[in-house]
Design a protein around this ligand. Structure first.
Ligand SMILES: Cc1cc2nc3c(=O)[nH]c(=O)nc-3n(C[C@H](O)[C@H](O)[C@H](O)COP(=O)(O)O)c2cc1C
Length: 370
């Protein structure tokens, strides 16, 4: 491969200079196993700093409130201790010349009463996703959630706004709203999980409303140029999501309306599984949405060096987010630059506490340079 790789070209992200177009995708790693669920020194700072040569790091999903949680040991961004923890991480990442956004997360019904003192998790409607929640006692079946009241929705939007404000205080370069992968916003978008009769259900516009109200609220505490968001239009059969005839028209509506904003980026996922036989699914997400969206388009899921360079070259995306390759290749950018083969990842340590499988992957490309 020639040195002229599209992935390695710089990019201006609405004012933030990225030295390359290789993005670290958001990944839950469940290392915040402390009473405050905060990022800790010697662990989170090392993990992210090791990956600072990425054009952009997007952190693991971080809950915007106590209510928003659904997985064990994930960090939050709602308490003072958590903000301090993230500040420490960000200082180190910036010292290492990195750039870092935080992913703001509310899992909605993808949770369990064990996280909420026995109370039910909340969602658009009282419909069980028939999935599993990763609780402190291991995987447990999800339950039928409580349908959110108007007050619950208002409070949740406020929680996102507070979390965004906290993110700015903690020194992040921006935020990503996790409106993807079957979590709270996605539960509102989808007609099979949203049967509401009020202004947040029924029509496509109503089902998308909570997202735009959240963006508008966040814009009051930070520049919209630093707000990104993530969507997974063809998610089907995973995380409780089932596509119907209105699913793609809903995403078409949302993505066209995002043109009214001047956001940092739109982060899209190609289908997580084979959807070629799924009714109403779109198999090529970047190709469909590139012509509909005027801003920066980031694409993810299943890319490697070659396909990542091609998707940019063909004009279907501006940035490419890499997930699993970043777990085991902290020096992914340098490996691409030097055409060094990638190391494989160990799925057994994706979510286990401690250093193993987290900060002990070798940066081979950097060692060779030294
Ligand atoms: C261990 C692990 C944790 C993940 N956690 C998150 C998360 O917190 N937020 C999110 O939006 N996606 C999450 N994902 C999905 C990734 O961001 C990405 O979409 C997925 O891994 C596909 O990209 P890849 O083929 O490059 O790995 C996670 C994936 C993995 C493997």
């Amino acid at each position: 491969m020639s040195k002229e790789q599209h992935l390695l070209k710089s990019y201006n992200l609405n004012g933030l200079e990225l030295p390359n177009r290789v993005v670290m995708a958001p990944m839950t790693r469940s290392r915040a196993n402390n009473p405050e669920n905060k990022p800790t020194e010697g662990l989170h700072d090392i993990y992210y700093t090791q990956r600072a040569s990425a054009g952009l790091i997007i952190t693991e999903g971080s809950q915007v409130s106590k209510e928003a949680v659904g997985y064990v040991n994930t960090p939050g961004i709602y308490s003072k201790e958590q903000v301090e923890g993230w500040k420490m991480v960000n200082n180190k990442v910036h010292e290492a010349n990195g750039r870092i956004f935080i992913q703001l997360w509310h899992v909605g019904r993808m949770s369990h009463p064990d996280f909420h003192n026995g109370e039910l998790p909340m969602s658009a409607s009282a419909i069980n996703p028939e999935a599993q929640s990763f609780t402190p006692e291991g995987f447990k079946d999800t339950v039928t959630p409580k349908e959110m009241t108007g007050e619950d929705i208002k409070r949740t939007i406020q929680d996102f706004k507070n979390a965004a404000k906290n993110a700015m205080e903690a020194g992040f370069d921006g935020i990503e709203i996790h409106s993807s992968n079957g979590y709270l916003f996605h539960q509102f978008f989808n007609g099979t999980s949203n049967k509401r009769k009020d202004e947040y259900g029924g029509s496509i516009e109503n089902r998308a409303k909570i997202l735009f109200e959240t963006i508008d609220a966040i814009k009051e505490v930070m520049p919209e140029q630093k707000i990104g968001l993530r969507l997974n239009p063809s998610l089907n059969g995973i995380f409780g999501m089932t596509m119907d005839e209105e699913t793609i028209p809903t995403f078409d509506y949302i993505i066209k309306k995002l043109n009214d904003y001047d956001l940092a980026y739109l982060h899209l996922s190609e289908p997580f599984n084979d959807v070629s036989d799924v009714p109403h699914a779109v198999t090529e997400i970047a190709k469909r949405y590139r012509p509909m969206y005027n801003g920066t388009l980031m694409i993810n899921a299943g890319f490697d060096q070659e396909s990542g360079n091609i998707v940019i070259e063909e004009g279907n995306a501006d940035l490419v987010a890499f997930g699993k390759p970043y777990i085991s290749n902290p020096d992914l950018v340098e490996r691409f630059a030097e055409n060094i083969p990638l190391s494989g990842w160990d799925t057994d340590t994706f979510y286990t506490p401690g250093e193993k499988g987290y900060i002990d992957y070798e940066a081979k490309a950097r060692k060779q340079e030294a």
